[in-house]
Design a protein around this ligand. Structure first.
Ligand code: LMR
Ligand code: MG
Length: 389
């Protein structure tokens, strides 16, 4: 089988918060008539410049056309040569590699009539627990709105939440107090996520201040790539510390410097399922735990993570992918589903990712390019459509 063509389609899908996230749907065509689909998820992160999508399509055509899609190692190596690691969390090259690697896995699975989970080592879980995100408080007035999100999502079965914290600590405390008062043990706060916004010492002060409330772990409580800062934080604070993996060099440093307890692995940030498997294996070798992180993918990207998560034997903490619940709509015929706060992984008899595009929906959400227009930094960081800052 040989790859014959590549097509990239930009879609902008709004969230319930009003924020519109831009993604690229990848289609890989072959001489056997089998098509692979993938997702380069969420280009709506800093830095605020965008790849030229027509140009990207041409580059990927040069890399992929004529190759056998089963040559995953060779293709991933070439992708890495063209879109190298940059020690940066939101590096767009990783998003690009992820979308292609997703689509190749879908294609190979479809061709063989096996699921992506089987390609990745075989299914170990039928479902895994996920948490719903509460976006960062900037103002006190947002506390009640966020408690309402908890009320609504709890009624749908999501009983674990994570809180983006550290911008308005008064509001963070008020939110945690209100949740404890209203829901008691019915709701669990999985983590306080500082998104690398604070110096480790400042993050430690905030965590101490919020420690009278229950939360299971702390994520990203230091500036990016501050491995020592993370280690100092970890020694100072009792909670387990988790950090995303955005490059193998960075993961190696975190292992060497004993910076974390948990690796937050997501295919999007490490550049695909093949790379994510490697990061998960490295965590295992270092005797660290894992959780599956997210950028909040649409259903194609979430399906890839569902297959991956179903194969993991070191998935010891609640994971994050809830994208299909955050967006007002999707571009597939059947969305990924959740039950009682679990992501339900695709059945064993799935071929590939087991996801079908809804062409009408794709058309409805298609945009000409990834342009930023007037989106601000605060909107990007806080995932809000609100222009107050
Ligand atoms: C999101 O898109 O909601 C997340 O990727 C936000 C973040 O930066 O963690
Ligand atoms: Mg994101």
């Amino acid at each position: 089988m040989k790859l014959t063509d590549v097509s990239l389609t930009v879609v902008g899908v709004p969230r319930h918060t009003g924020f519109v996230n831009k993604h690229i749907i990848v289609r890989l065509y072959t001489d056997e008539g089998v098509t692979g689909i993938g997702e380069m998820s969420d280009f709506s992160h800093l830095p605020r410049y965008a790849p030229d999508v027509k140009d990207l399509e041409k580059v990927l055509e040069q890399i992929l056309i004529g190759k056998n899609p089963f040559d995953l190692a060779l293709i991933n190596k070439e992708l890495l040569d063209n879109f190298p690691e940059a020690m940066y969390y939101y590096e767009k090259g990783s998003f690009i590699r992820n979308g292609v690697d997703n689509a190749l896995h879908d294609l190979c699975g479809k061709y063989l009539g096996v699921s992506v989970a089987e390609l990745l080592g075989g299914k170990y879980h039928d479902k895994f627990k996920v948490c719903y995100p509460i976006f960062r408080h900037r103002f006190m007035e947002e506390v009640e709105e966020n408690v309402e999100v908890v009320r609504k999502r709890l009624a749908e079965g999501f009983d674990v939440f994570r809180l983006y914290a550290g911008k308005n600590v008064e509001a963070d405390a008020a939110f945690l107090a209100a949740v404890e008062k209203e829901f008691g043990s019915k709701v669990t706060i999985k983590s306080l996520d500082f998104s690398h916004l604070l110096d480790w010492k400042e993050a430690a002060r905030v965590v101490k201040r919020l420690s009278r409330y229950h939360f299971e772990l702390v994520e990203s409580p230091a500036y990016p790539n501050d491995f020592e800062g993370l280690r100092h934080f970890r020694h100072k604070i009792d909670h387990p510390v988790s950090e995303h993996v955005w490059s193998f060099r960075q993961q190696f440093e975190m292992i060497k410097q004993e910076s974390v307890d948990i690796f937050n692995v997501s295919p999007i940030f490490i550049g695909g399922l093949s790379s994510a498997k490697k990061a998960i294996a490295a965590a295992d070798v270092a005797k660290k735990s894992c959780l599956l992180g997210t950028t909040q993918e649409l259903s194609i990207g979430t399906a890839a993570m569902a297959h991956l998560g179903s194969t993991m034997t070191n998935l010891n903490y609640t994971s994050d992918p809830t994208g299909p619940e955050l967006y007002i709509d999707d571009v597939v015929t059947e969305k990924i589903s959740y039950q009682d706060g679990y992501l339900i992984t695709p059945p064993r008899d799935t071929a590939g990712l087991g996801i079908e595009l809804d062409e009408k929906k794709v058309e409805q959400f298609t945009l000409p390019d990834l342009s930023w227009n007037d989106v601000t930094v605060h909107q990007l960081q806080d995932r809000t459509a609100d222009t107050k800052s």
